[in-house]
Design a protein around this ligand. Structure first.
Ligand SMILES: [Zn+2]
Length: 431
């Protein structure tokens, strides 16, 4: 049963942890009030700090099925492209039941990692030719776990610029723009309104022409939907785009369509400073997936972001090889430290790094998915992560250093559980 008034030892509010606070949760699953409310609590969370639930902005849940594979290299060094062959082999074997199993597993691990909202970038549509049977499996798996989901439903038409889909890629096919939006309408009718929403996606410059990308994006704008796309994860993607269109993928996007703040570019690992400046000036958002980018050997993006653009960052777990938002936050900053041989690379004007990376994992992701979550404030969904202040990793840490200790010194073991829309789920290792 959902508690109506939660009281925790500490709560993240206005950029710091405050003691003795309460959160009142309405029947609709939203926060009705938060602060020193003076109400009698229906549930006391002693030894717990509450943070806004984390937002995993970019996931491919089915790739949980690759966990532990592809990490031996008998033929010599691998690459993103050799990994992709293993991923395509998994796609070839996928059916409704295995997708359900891996999605439930991935979403469950996400909740254990403090994630309350996932942006599921979904492109494996077909169990059999053209049936789109796998779309609803993902929604059902999210409902089973009780995680909030923005189903980022993907348009996918070509295997490379101007090339037809081949082999396992046929499971990704959206035959036409009309068919894509017809599917979006059908999916809209299947959503659980309190926890599920949609976003539009063009998979990448490999999978859609500039005209198709613009068409999907413009209709998404018209429908007030978020729009996501993989952009410049690999140098080869840039080479293929230069050969086909005479411009980088990011330049093709910026020339082809009217980028606004509903556009989230995922990765941007090899995006030039000039293209990035243009994209951010237009209002674009950037989602990084540091653990996956490291695992796949993608490279490290140069985030020479102005302070004002730092709230445009989001974080994703992408291949779900490891599910920890605290680690994604840490490696967002660590990647920049290693790349730039400096500390505090993502510090805000006040010199704080932990708040920047927490914002990427909460408000930045929420805005990228157009979901009112990631903040503890009236009107937002009551999506919260409960931190166990008695965990060994947090011993001897006061409230003033707690966020830094979480980001740089702790992992999933400190997460006691999560609330989604006011509904509690204990971390399974503790249940
Ligand atoms: Zn991805």
């Amino acid at each position: 049963m959902s508690p109506a008034v939660l009281e925790a030892e500490l709560m993240w509010t206005l950029g710091g942890f405050a003691p003795g606070v309460q959160i009142a949760i309405g029947d609709d699953g939203r926060i009705a009030a938060a602060g020193a409310l003076g109400l009698s609590p229906t549930e006391r969370l002693s030894g717990v700090a509450l943070l806004p639930g984390f937002v995993d902005t970019h996931s491919h849940a089915f790739q949980r099925g690759l966990r532990g594979s592809g990490e031996r290299f008998p033929a010599g060094a691998g690459s993103f492209w050799s990994w992709r062959e293993a991923m395509y082999a998994l796609v070839g074997s996928l059916d409704r039941e295995s997708l359900r199993r891996w999605s439930v597993q991935a979403f469950g691990e996400m909740r254990d990692a403090g994630v309350t909202t996932v942006g599921e970038f979904h492109y494996v549509h077909h169990e059999r030719d053209g049936d789109f049977a796998l779309d609803e499996v993902v929604l059902a798996a999210a409902a089973e776990v009780g995680i909030r989901i923005a189903l980022l439903n993907t348009f996918y038409a070509t295997g490379a610029p101007g090339k037809p889909l081949q082999g396992a890629q046929c499971r990704f096919a959206t035959p036409s723009l009309d068919e894509y939006w017809r599917r979006m309408d059908l999916l809209a009718g299947m959503l659980e309104p309190a926890t599920q929403s949609l976003g539009a996606v063009a998979h990448s410059i490999r999978a859609a022409s500039p005209e198709q990308i613009r068409a999907v994006h413009d209709e998404a704008m018209r429908r007030a939907l978020p729009f996501h796309m993989h952009v410049e994860e690999q140098e080869r993607e840039i080479e293929e785009s230069m050969a086909a269109y005479g411009a980088t993928p990011m330049a093709v996007i910026l020339d082809a369509l009217d980028v606004r703040d509903n556009f989230t570019a995922v990765h941007c690992t090899h995006t030039s400073d000039a293209d990035m400046a243009r994209f951010l000036a237009a209002g674009g958002r950037v989602c990084l997936c540091p653990l996956t980018e490291a695992n796949l050997g993608d490279g490290i993006p140069r985030l020479s972001l102005p302070h004002a653009a730092r709230d445009r960052l989001a974080l994703g777990t992408d291949s779900n090889n490891r599910l920890s938002l605290l680690e994604e936050m840490r490696w967002l900053e660590y990647g920049q430290r290693l790349e730039g041989e400096m500390r505090g690379a993502l510090a805000d004007e006040a010199g704080n790094v932990a708040t920047t990376v927490l914002a990427a994992a909460t408000t930045g992701g929420a805005r990228a998915l157009a979901v009112d979550t990631g903040r503890i404030a009236p009107g937002a969904w009551a999506d919260l992560v409960a931190i166990d202040l008695t965990a060994p990793a947090l011993a001897e840490v006061g409230p003033e250093r707690l966020l830094e200790a979480l980001v740089f010194g702790a992992g999933n073991e400190v997460i006691a559980g999560t609330f989604v829309g006011g509904r509690w789920r204990a971390t399974r290792a503790r249940a």
